[in-house]
Design a protein around this ligand. Structure first.
Ligand code: 13P
Ligand code: SF4
Length: 366
């Protein structure tokens, strides 16, 4: 396919740019009613309200993976989230089910920080330094190819909801872990399990080398040098500002934030953990939340009895999550109805087979 043909099939057709919100909502509702159980729309909590209102389920990455695996009825899964989540859904569903991503530009900048070529280049160097003592673990925010690499090498996937459990399990298998691609989730999780910071070293995929002045013998955790551009935007200075302006406010952040930010906060946990804490909190409690903006704004709207602010009110939302909007959702559904579905996400059989080893090791323990 030529680049112009590819652009034509992956770019929103002009006509959707001229529809009113009401018209798009009406058409989406009509298609959902017509397709019934044949259609399943999972939506990640970071999606916009205009999209999440049409999700059959809203969840974090672990919940959505579990729900896609469970749903064997839907022929069409329109995934409102980002690319790695749609890939995971494709690998966990059956061959008669198809997964679509309404906008192909909905990637994840963190997942893009690790590619399979860099990973395959890193592994022999690490084996040379540490011998056969390392188990690879990958955050689900990674490509299917990296999940397959991890699966083939005895390792597992993790999500922010089960990272502690999975890292603890990994240490029952091998002396060391190689954690891709989010250095912050890896560091925060290992630290919570009692591993000192000086027993962790960063792997730089640009230089294909370990950044440490420690004796390698003391290293237990090797952290891929990747991060989330949204969560890395939270800072200790913002927490200090909240402490000054709202002294009784609790600060809760996602573990994709830096170690310093997590240490300065009152609490840290996955997207689901944050939602659960806010839901369980008594009325009139005060919260500053360090996670993606769409979710924080939704929590503010859903809990008028609590005072909730974003830890950084000027932060950007996750730009790739926000690629999915009403127009792209409607286009995706229209194309299914017309029998010419757009933006199907497929992972080849060999990659799926190996990646499922890593996914299954996680899902069995989740
Ligand atoms: P969760 O595992 O909390 O859903 O996080 C996914 C994600 O992309 C967070 O940035
Ligand atoms: Fe990726 Fe960060 Fe966006 Fe999550 S919030 S999808 S990790 S860029």
């Amino acid at each position: 396919m030529s680049i112009s043909e590819l652009l034509q099939t992956t770019t929103l057709p002009e006509k959707y740019r001229h529809l009113s919100v009401e018209e798009m909502e009406r058409q989406i509702r009509a298609i959902k009613d017509a397709l019934g159980d044949e259609l399943f729309i999972p939506g990640h909590h970071y999606q916009k309200d205009e999209v999440i209102q049409f999700a059959d389920v809203a969840g974090d990455s672990l919940q959505l993976a579990q729900l896609c695996e469970k749903n064997t009825k839907a022929k069409h899964i329109v995934f409102c989230g980002v690319h790695f989540m749609a890939e995971t859904a494709d690998m966990l569903t059956t061959d008669h089910q198809a997964v679509y991503l309404p906008d192909m530009r909905a990637g994840c900048s963190m997942a893009d920080m690790a590619d399979i070529y860099q990973t395959e280049a890193a592994w022999p160097v690490l084996q040379q330094i540490f011998g056969d003592t390392i188990l690879p673990l990958t955050y689900v925010n990674s490509t299917a190819a990296i999940k397959a690499f991890v699966g083939k090498n005895g390792g597992a996937c993790v999500t922010s909801s089960n990272a502690k459990k999975m890292v603890a399990w990994a240490f029952t298998q091998k002396k060391r872990i190689f954690f891709l691609p989010d250095q912050h989730l890896g560091r925060n999780t290992a630290f919570d399990l009692g591993i000192p910071l000086d027993a962790m070293a960063v792997w730089n995929p640009q230089t294909n080398s370990l950044e440490t002045d420690q004796d390698p013998e003391n290293i237990r955790v090797i952290l891929w040098k990747g991060h989330c551009s949204v969560h890395e935007g939270f800072s200790v200075a913002q927490i200090e500002h909240v402490r000054k302006t709202h002294p009784t406010m609790r600060v809760i952040v996602h573990p994709e934030c830096s170690r310093e930010v997590v240490a300065a906060s009152d609490d840290a946990g996955s997207t689901k953990y944050i939602i659960d804490q806010i839901e369980a909190a008594p009325a009139n409690t005060q919260w500053a939340i360090g996670t993606e903006m769409n979710l924080v704004n939704r929590l503010i709207a859903e809990h008028p009895d609590k005072k909730i602010i974003s830890l950084n009110p000027y932060m950007c939302p996750c730009l790739t999550m926000n690629r999915i909007d009403l127009a792209h959702l409607l286009w995706s559904l229209d194309s299914i109805v017309a029998g010419t579905p757009q933006n199907q996400i497929t992972v080849d059989a060999k990659t799926t087979q190996d990646a499922k080893l890593a996914l299954t090791r996680m899902l069995e323990r989740a």
